[in-house]
Design a binder for this molecule. Structure first.
Ligand code: DQA
Length: 141
């Protein structure tokens, strides 16, 4: 089984980006953690990050065509991108929306997600542990 872990804008700056909100774990650490979790679960995990919406849409098409499961942290696109929602809606395998922070206890504009009602499930507010739990769940689903 293959799982794509897809990260949207600004997540490549994890570790230096607003650490009081997103923590001190770097993107490189997150990548390593996801790959390690994949090995533990016997799942092939590939982690990607982009600041370009079209690239993310293309990766979601790829996941749909390959039948991959997906962990998606669409970051800011979560809150306004119909294009990312439409691409994610094409996934036929289970996929999880993940956020490091608890978006519901932050600014009001973060309370709305264009993804939650098309996702299989949502994990928010558990930091990088949320990715580990999402991967474990997808490995067993
Ligand atoms: C985020 C939450 C989003 O509101 C924000 O735009 C991000 C990261 C999170 O992981 O907590 O970039 O998706």
């Amino acid at each position: 089984m293959s799982v794509l872990v897809l990260n949207g804008p600004n997540l490549g700056r994890l570790g230096t980006r607003e650490p009081s909100i997103y923590g001190h774990t770097t993107y490189a650490d997150l990548l390593e953690l996801c790959e390690k979790t994949g090995r533990e679960c016997g799942v092939e995990v590939e982690v990607r990050q982009t600041d370009h919406e079209g690239e993310m849409v293309g990766w979601l098409h790829e996941a749909a065509d390959r039948g991959c499961r997906v962990v998606l942290n669409a970051a800011a696109w979560t809150h306004y991108s119909v294009a990312v929602r439409d691409a994610a809606s094409q996934l036929e395998q289970p996929w999880l929306e993940v956020h490091l922070s608890n978006v519901h206890r932050r600014e009001e504009f973060r309370h709305r997600s264009l993804l939650s009602d098309v996702a299989t499930g949502v994990v928010a507010g558990l930091g990088v542990r949320g990715y580990v739990l999402a991967l474990r769940w997808l490995a067993e689903a």
